[in-house]
Design a protein around this ligand. Structure first.
Ligand code: PEP
Length: 254
């Protein structure tokens, strides 16, 4: 059975005290209202992570994730953070290759491959983001783009390592725009991703991989999206900044 996951990406939002308050609401609501085995993940700014891990002690419904990590183990990389630092602070997940990192920080598939390697080496679960821009979809190249994003960043992995990944399909045109992919559009791509993984590795392995949808997911559209055969949850941006909306999205599995 694939893990059902709702992961929140706070991006560069919430100062320290507001972040602590939001996270406290999330854990209280998750404990009171989530009755299935869905995993809730909060990917906060680095600054908040250690304190959120402490607040979350003993709670398995919610886990912490970072939004990025550096590809090197250690060294002179001013302003960066390592996978080891994250893991040693109790962080379990790390987003790799978010479209904002690709767009504003020129992150390539090859760089993502190195980040995935260092994350796995440090026992962090990478949430690897892929997805096409509007131009790419309009040009009809979206399947090729997704295939390449998968191949260049992950196909060097052994099956044993690949199975540890979470994949997030996030059409760039749907991120923060209020435009959601229709459930049929999302399912089509999720099924394609799973088929590609099955072809590269095996059908059994592909069947174990959680593939999340991201892009203007909200409490109104989550149920229909999560009901699709190959959609195993969501990576949530804007709506993860409101505890009520975020938990209502996680409840879409109930
Ligand atoms: C995201 O940034 O990963 C995302 C899905 O954002 P939003 O939900 O705001 O579209």
């Amino acid at each position: 059975m694939r893990k059902k996951i709702v992961a929140g990406n706070w991006k560069m939002n919430k100062n320290f005290s507001d972040g602590l308050a939001l996270f406290s609401e999330v854990i209280n609501m998750a404990n009171d209202e989530l009755h299935n085995s869905q995993q809730v993940i909060v990917c906060s700014p680095y600054l908040h992570l250690h304190s959120l891990v402490q607040l979350n002690k003993g709670n398995t419904k919610v886990a912490l994730g970072a939004q990025n990590c550096h590809q090197a183990e250690i060294g002179a990389f001013t302003g960066e953070i390592s996978a080891d630092m994250l893991a040693s602070a109790g962080v379990q997940y790390v987003i790799i290759g978010h479209s904002e990192r690709r767009q504003y920080f020129a992150e390539s598939n090859t760089l993502c491959a190195a980040k995935i390697d260092i994350a796995l080496k440090n026992n962090l679960t990478p949430i690897y983001c892929i997805g096409e821009t509007l131009q790419e979809r309009e040009a009809g190249t979206h399947f090729d783009i997704i295939k390449t994003q998968l191949a260049q960043a992950t196909y060097h992995l052994s099956a044993q390592d690949f199975v540890k990944l979470v994949i997030a399909y996030e059409p760039v045109w749907a991120i923060g725009t209020g435009v959601t992919a229709s459930s049929a559009q999302a399912q089509e791509i999720h099924a394609f991703i799973r088929k590609e993984i099955a072809w590269q590795y095996s059908a059994a392995l592909a069947d174990e991989i959680s593939i999340l949808y991201g892009g203007s997911c909200n409490p109104k559209n989550a149920e229909e999206l999560f009901a699709q055969a190959d959609i195993d949850g969501g990576l949530i941006g804007g709506a993860s900044l409101k505890s009520r909306d975020f938990i209502d999205i996680a409840k879409a599995f109930n």
